[in-house]
Design a protein around this ligand. Structure first.
Ligand code: XIL
Length: 323
């Protein structure tokens, strides 16, 4: 049948997935990616530590392989991500406050200029909210925050806007989808940040909802839609940017595991896509074969899941799953 992008387009949506240069060596994966996706996001090749491994030496080669692939197959591109605590280059720690601000400004400016007109949406700032860091502003104590104060966030948006007036600019975050105390606090933090940015005139236009869903945690459509309505009332659109399912709490057998994951995704997307301001759905990879969850990049995945994680819409053999 028609690919996911074709099905999404019927509803005025875009569908895509994260891809990495390593995955480009696998013909079956690339064929499926072309058949299914209208939107591509680099899994890590556009992150700051990758683009600028040593200060001032920028290397665009791997990112350009993905850009060329997207161009060849007429896919739109999401830019991910200009500022993220996990990809702050190590050499930043040698810099003064002023040097840090200058490095961030140069990085955002040069990266966005490089692909001006070719990136539909930039994730300008990623995961800046961390209520557990215990300050009133709910902001994560990142290197940039410690050096520059909370102003690093609006600054990044202004610089990105100047470098590409046509790109849509997003704030992207995780852990806001579930009906748990933890998610509720994170939603409050995200709303507070978005409101402050809008009030200060910072050009944020999109909330990126990562949607790394946690099977076994409650999801409530009404509560989720109320949050999306508040985001939309601020004048923002919404993109689902990194959808997958952490299966650690699910049965180990593949059949029941896939059915339960699909059920959670269906409930999440039914609620999310009922909001007309939602424009696109991107999964964090296309196939279980390469999921970051399977690679055990988070400690809880290593600890809790004894069976194979099956977080994505295609299985190891590139066959469609119930999701
Ligand atoms: C992950 C990638 O999947 C890994 O390959 C990389 O090593 C670390 O980052 N939230 C994000 C993504 O915004 O950038 C992360 O991607 C997953 C969590």
């Amino acid at each position: 049948g028609a690919g996911l992008q074709a099905r999404a387009a019927v509803k005025g949506l875009a569908f895509g997935a994260a891809l990495s240069t390593r995955q480009m060596a696998e013909p079956d994966l690339l064929a499926a990616f072309q058949a299914e996706c209208g939107l591509l996001v680099a899994e890590y090749e556009m992150k700051w530590s990758q683009l600028e491994p040593t200060a001032g030496n920028r290397d665009y080669r791997r990112a350009e392989l993905l850009m060329a692939f997207a161009r060849r197959h007429r896919m739109a591109v999401r830019g991910h991500t200009l500022v993220w605590h996990e990809s702050e280059p190590r050499w930043l720690s040698d810099l003064s406050a002023r040097g840090t601000a200058a490095a961030m400004a140069r990085h955002v400016d040069e990266t966005v200029l490089r692909w001006r007109g070719q990136v539909a949406t930039w994730d300008v700032v990623n995961e800046a909210v961390a209520p557990e860091h215990g300050r009133g502003d709910f902001l994560r104590r990142t290197w940039l925050l410690n050096r520059m104060g909370p102003d690093y966030i609006p600054q990044a948006f202004h610089i990105a806007r100047a470098a590409d007036p046509a790109a849509r600019l997003a704030y992207n975050d995780f852990g806001i989808e579930h009906a748990t105390l933890w998610s509720r606090r994170r939603r409050l933090g995200v709303l507070g940040l978005l409101r402050a940015l809008r009030q200060a005139g910072a050009p944020v236009q999109v909330l990126g909802v990562q949607a790394h869903l946690q099977a076994g945690q409650p999801f409530e459509a009404g509560e989720w839609r109320a949050f999306l309505a508040e985001v939309v009332a601020l004048g923002l659109t919404v993109e689902v940017t990194e959808l997958d399912v952490n299966c650690a709490a699910l049965p180990a057998a593949a059949g029941p595991r896939d059915a339960a994951a699909a059920d959670l995704v269906r409930r999440f997307l039914d609620a999310t896509l009922a909001e007309p301001a939602v424009r696109s759905v991107v999964t964090w990879g296309l196939t279980d074969r390469h999921s970051w969850i399977r690679r055990g990049l988070l400690p809880e995945h290593r600890r809790r899941d004894t069976a194979q994680p099956r977080p994505l819409p295609f299985d190891d053999g590139m066959r469609r799953k119930p999701m």
